[in-house]
Design a protein around this ligand. Sequence first.
Ligand SMILES: C[S@@+](CC[C@H](N)C(=O)[O-])C[C@H]1O[C@@H](n2cnc3c(N)ncnc32)[C@H](O)[C@@H]1O
Length: 247
Amino acid sequence: MDELVGGLRRADSVTVDYDPGRLLQGDEWARRAALLTTVLGNGPFGDVIDLGSGIGQVSAWAAARAGQVIAFDLSHTHCLLYTFFMWHRKVGNAHVFHGSLAGLGGEHAPHPVDLLISFNALSRAAVLDQWPHVGRYLRPRGQALLAYPLLYGDADPTSEESLALGAGLGDGSGEWQPPTPPGLDLVVTGRAGKTQISLPCAAIMTGRKELFDFATGRPSPCWKGLPYFPIELEYRLYRAAEGSGGN
Ligand SMILES: C[S@@+](CC[C@H](N)C(=O)[O-])C[C@H]1O[C@@H](n2cnc3c(N)ncnc32)[C@H](O)[C@@H]1O
């Protein structure tokens, strides 16, 4: 049964799944910036694509080291918050587009860039669908950084302990790994630290939508864990070969 707000479906509201908790985690901003500098260096990078930009943590880091930051996000809410945060941080060279690389083509596709970052944004399904095409948005020798939640492929997860490596359980045998896109070489892989994830976000990222009732905005009865919990992120850095990319 759909939950109603003033006669409208709550699930249709912009605020339905929005949890501002991550905005308040100031130390996560600093940790994220330190990791990006360690993995990617300090630039300058030319133009940068931030795919799944959220409120703009990665864009803000990149903007200080790039020509232009071209950000994409599927969420209207995050595009609006991104606009506010860029204004608040006095960033003038970052622009967010509502949508995703997958929906672009022809004159609506961005020019190939030197660096493409997708940080804790793409679900497993999106990585499988879209990540193989990132090479066309990279210049030769361009770099692509993908960070994704390390969640186990447990057959029947009922709590974060059974879903998330962040809880410290399991031996990694069910670990999921993204494919290396054609034309790109895997340069380095590593842990990107912990972040908080909400159950609906974890359900989307892993493709396990049965864990959350999106119509009512409530965890499924089978879920015995917390609605919001820490997970580990892993990153993979790829480089386009000389003479490839941008095609
Ligand atoms: C957990 S937030 C992370 C945001 C940001 N990258 C960060 O690290 O703070 C994930 C964001 O990715 C966006 N997103 C998910 N799939 C996407 C896709 N295929 N294309 C563009 N944005 C996407 C969501 O709307 C959301 O704003």
